[in-house]
Design a protein around this ligand. Structure first.
Ligand SMILES: Cc1cc2nc3c(=O)[nH]c(=O)nc-3n(C[C@H](O)[C@H](O)[C@H](O)COP(=O)(O)O)c2cc1C
Length: 316
């Protein structure tokens, strides 16, 4: 069974966790579960679906651990169609995004806005579970409320459905990421789970920066695992406990960025704007002498080949 280990999960992150970055992370340290970027179910079946379905591209090598497709949207029928397509595409699971706080999305009544619309959530979950039909496990990723804390009511509602895993981010949508995640709310969800849905897995999310911290939180808050997002920006070797990023040589950081850029070029050719890679300069090129100059050179690149040659000059 592929879902034996679920303790350490790499969070879905838009414009970050595409097939390329997921493979780079795996080359540094393998998480137990990983996800696609969130993908709109409406977009999957629209005339411009090509751009949307790039989010669902994966390489077979990624399937050594469960690879879950994350979807969002507003039309229950489109969710059914999406689930059928994801089964055909070979994903190991489907995750529903009921947590994104971004206004342009919540204004459409989607993602975290659904926390205030149980009727719509019921329609979506009913359709999704029917379409999944036991062929693919269904999970949910959400927050503790939209404009106010609603952990008790929201968890009690969700736990009526046969979803196998619920990832809870210890914040409400209105607060975006302004305050630290409140893990006492995640512990509250664990208590509710123990009472109402003992087989459901609870994954805690928010502000985890290392596997040691993950272990401490698993023990302290009773969750089955943790999901780690921004922590990977500070340490791309995070999922390998034996590597201390402070001991990684400058050349190895740059070499990893080069590997990322080359895999990006090979995978996407000109189908994705290379400028997205510039965001990663801060991930790999920092905390060593001369990093700001190298970053500056990367930011000035006009195409991917020049970026690759800038990086090469610093390791050859
Ligand atoms: C750049 C970025 C993109 C994100 N995109 C998604 C997404 O596509 N789907 C999702 O469920 N959450 C998304 N998130 C939220 C993360 O998955 C995670 O819940 C959040 O960052 C809190 O975890 P952390 O403190 O470990 O980063 C995104 C976060 C960031 C920083």
């Amino acid at each position: 069974m592929k879902f034996n280990n679920i303790k350490y999960q790499l969070a879905p992150m838009e414009d970050v966790t595409d097939t390329v970055f997921r493979r780079i992370v795996m080359s540094c340290g393998v998480p137990d579960v990983h996800y696609t970027e969130f993908t709109s179910v409406e977009g999957m079946f629209s005339p411009g679906s090509f751009a949307v379905t790039q989010r669902l591209v994966y390489d077979e090598s990624e399937k050594q651990i469960p690879l879950i497709a994350q979807i969002w949207g507003k039309t229950p029928d489109k969710y059914s169609m999406a689930v059928e397509k994801l089964i055909d595409m070979g994903f190991d699971g489907v995750d529903l995004n009921f947590g994104c706080p971004v206004a342009k999305i919540t204004k459409q009544g989607c993602c975290s806005a659904l926390i205030n619309d149980f009727e719509k959530v019921d329609e979506i979950l009913t359709k999704v579970l029917k379409a999944a039909d036991g062929k693919i496990p269904v999970s949910v990723k959400t927050r503790c409320g939209f404009d106010s804390w609603k952990t008790q009511e929201w968890m009690e509602f969700l736990m009526k459905y046969p979803i196998w895993q619920l990832t809870l981010h210890g914040r409400i949508a209105k607060d975006m990421s302004k305050h630290p995640a409140d893990w006492s709310k995640i512990a509250q969800a664990v208590e509710i789970r123990d009472r109402l849905a003992p087989d459901m897995k609870i994954i805690g999310n928010g502000d985890i920066k290392s596997l040691n911290q993950a272990d401490e939180y698993i023990e302290k808050y009773g969750v089955d695992g943790v999901m780690i997002g921004r922590g990977i920006f500070e340490n791309v070797w995070l999922f390998d406990r034996d590597i201390d990023p402070a001991n990684v040589a400058k050349e190895d950081w740059i070499r990893k960025f080069l590997e990322h850029a080359e895999l990006f070029k090979f995978t996407w050719e000109d189908r994705k704007n290379f400028a997205i890679l510039k965001k990663f300069a801060k991930v790999y090129i920092r905390n060593f002498k001369g990093s700001s100059e190298i970053r500056e050179a990367v930011y000035n690149c006009k195409d991917i080949d020049s970026m690759i040659s800038v990086l090469r000059t610093h390791i050859d």
